[in-house]
Design a binder for this molecule. Structure first.
Ligand code: PRP
Length: 209
């Protein structure tokens, strides 16, 4: 039995649909159900339907053997896991954005609003720039608009949110995509099964493209 943590939402639904096509269909699975654990029809896998930012926690702690997490989350929380495959979906960019009239005053710490505290701290430490973090949990784009931060560090997918709030990208930190990850001990003890699922998923992703 393999336990798989899937990120609730569009990405998780896509990954589930790939897994169902390669043999792990689950009749009772519906994304909007309030149920959080689903067993596939053949009784080979359990699906856990979890908040995207929590997938790596379930995998690191071994409740899930494998899971799908964004590279943004992996970089931010640096969980002790292995990355098995880049699924080439859920693509976006970790960016720095600011108001169009932003001018960096290097004599003062830069006020950075973000959910990705570690990512922002690491980026600016490497640049040798002093910052002050404003930790927010969503709608990050509001912070520079309302003047509580100079810049934001956040993911940009289509760029619509920035555009609609009159912000512009002023720097890029990294490219993001969904990764298939595994618990380290599970990878040792269930290696055959996990390797087989990884290969099937990689093939399915190619076909999906
Ligand atoms: C994410 C991100 C941006 C937006 C980017 O927010 O934090 O706000 O998507 O997407 P876009 O470039 O396609 O506009 P999310 O929708 O996850 O909500 P949040 O603001 O609550 O974090």
């Amino acid at each position: 039995m393999i336990n798989i943590a899937l990120p609730k939402g569009r990405l998780g639904e896509k990954v589930y649909s790939l897994l169902s096509r390669v043999g792990f269909n689950c009749k009772e699975f519906t994304p909007d159900s309030r149920k959080l654990i689903f067993k596939d029809d053949k009784g080979e896998v359990n699906y856990f339907w979890v908040k995207p930012s929590d997938v790596s926690v379930y995998v690191e702690l071994g409740a899930a053997d494998v899971g799908v997490a964004g590279k943004d989350i992996i970089d931010e929380y640096t969980p002790d896991i292995y990355e098995l495959a880049d699924l080439d979906m859920g693509k976006c960019t970790m960016c720095i954005a600011a108001r169009a009239d932003f001018n960096d005053d290097v004599s003062a710490p830069l006020r950075v609003a973000t959910k990705f505290v570690h990512t922002a701290e690491k980026y600016y430490a490497e640049m040798g720039r002093d910052i002050e973090i404003i930790k927010l949990n969503g709608s990050i784009e509001l912070a520079p608009v309302l003047g509580i931060s100079d810049v934001i560090v956040d993911i940009v997918e289509t760029g619509t949110t920035l555009k609609e709030n009159n912000l512009k990208v002023i720097g890029k930190i990294s490219d993001i995509s969904a990764r298939f990850i595994t618990n380290k001990a599970a990878f040792k003890f269930k290696n055959k099964e996990i390797t087989a699922i990884t290969e099937k998923l990689k093939e399915a992703v190619k076909v999906y493209d």
